[in-house]
Write a protein that binds this ligand. Structure first.
Ligand code: V47
Length: 367
């Protein structure tokens, strides 16, 4: 039997028709896909879209993560990273420490610094602009992807300015783009239970859209595998798709697999390989206007991330260096991965490995 016949027999002939015609899937289609465990059918459909948008390319970046502080007033139940400022595990880096972290890796071909932290109760706005300027002093050519939309809203409060005006100041100080964290699941029900103090989902989306209008690209994430329903996952993807229709500023979507260890939700179990692949595939199929879907190897492991390159993903994120957020929550993956390993993983998946910069310009093709 051909794959197309298998898909029709599985009851997804109508979705195949839409995918082949390049038509948008409805939320109901997405829900049916999430509720199916026929992973090969989901993968086949997602791979059609993936190949249409990105051909055989699979991207990675040479990047460095810096988490300037874990002190946070939000203390989300799913997070093992954020700490109250009174905790003996709380830390904040001074400017010199951050600059030294950048200096320590000047001999590596890093093109992006990914920098996020908690919602700190005391640090002034100047701390954040100094961080950006300080990094640029040490490594002027590096692209700084920093501060989630949640942090940006907090910084606007500190600066006592609109989000747009705040972003202009941050751009001037060296901000290049905004990472996708803090989106979690937009549904108010989930936010009330897991992160009631965090910026609401509609405000997260608003910050992202303002950033796009100010010429800054952003990413988007969804934290899955805890207490969210399939309907809430689809609502989240639909909200992102509608925002992208308006501003077209999102670069990549990254599904984040929930890691329960050391969190207030530690009784939950970790996600499975099937759910990890399903989130990649359904995201690729629903987010028809997102250029890239990332399989973040830190969260799903390099092996599942490699397989995900045939299930809708076209990007493996990067070398990372010193990942903290997921490792505090029990991740068993490495804290960094070499570019040689990334190239091997991609090539063995039958794709062309492309080292990219943050904005997806090609740095080197490993055919
Ligand atoms: O914002 C927190 C999530 C995010 C846990 O933009 C957790 O390219 C799993 O956003 N288990 C930070 N996830 C990571 C992130 C990210 C990573 C890589 C690339 C990009 C990008 C963005 O991690 C947080 C939160 O949503 N998170 N706790 C946890 N226990």
């Amino acid at each position: 039997m051909t794959m197309k016949n298998i898909i029709k027999k599985a009851g997804f002939g109508d979705i195949l028709g839409k995918v082949e015609a390049g038509e948008r899937l409805s939320c109901d289609d997405g829900l049916r896909l999430f509720k199916s465990n026929d992973i090969l059918v989901l993968g086949y459909l997602a791979n059609l879209v993936r190949n249409r948008i990105n051909g055989d390319n699979a991207y990675f970046i040479y990047n460095q993560h810096i988490n300037y502080s874990n002190i946070c007033t939000n203390l989300c139940k799913f997070c093992a990273f954020g700490k109250d400022k009174s905790s003996d595990q709380a830390y904040e880096m001074d400017l010199e420490t951050v600059k030294q972290k950048v200096r320590d890796r000047l001999d590596e071909p890093i093109t992006e610094i990914h920098m996020v932290g908690g919602i700190h109760p005391d640090l002034p706005f100047s701390y954040y602009t100094d961080l950006l300027k300080g990094i640029k002093e040490v490594r002027p050519e590096v692209h700084i992807q920093a501060f989630t939309c949640v942090e940006i809203a907090h910084l606007a409060g500190l600066a006592d300015k609109s989000v747009g005006d705040t972003l202009e100041i941050l751009k001037e100080a060296g901000l290049g783009s905004i990472p996708g964290g803090g989106a979690e699941v937009f549904a108010p029900r989930i936010r009330e239970i897991t992160c009631e103090k965090k910026l609401p989902g509609d405000e997260w989306l608003e910050v992202a859209k303002v950033a796009h209008r100010h010429g800054l690209h952003t990413n988007a994430t969804m934290l899955y595998g805890h207490i969210e329903t399939m309907e809430e996952r689809i609502e989240h993807l639909d909200a992102l798709r509608l925002a992208q229709d308006e501003t077209n500023g999102f670069l990549a979507f990254i599904p984040l697999a929930f890691h329960p260890k050391n969190t207030e939700m530690a009784s939950l179990s970790r996600t499975t390989g099937i759910d990890d692949l399903k989130n990649i595939a359904v995201a690729r199929l629903m987010l028809d206007n997102f250029p890239h879907i990332k399989a973040y190897w830190v969260m799903i492991g390099p092996k599942v991330a490699q397989v995900a390159l045939s299930f809708g993903a076209d990007d493996m994120d990067g070398t990372v260096k010193e990942e903290v957020i997921t490792h505090m929550a029990g991740a068993e993956t490495e804290q960094a991965i070499g570019s040689t390993t990334l190239v091997k993983l991609i090539k063995e998946a039958g794709r062309v490995a492309i080292e990219r910069d943050t904005l997806y310009n090609t740095i080197q093709t490993h055919a």
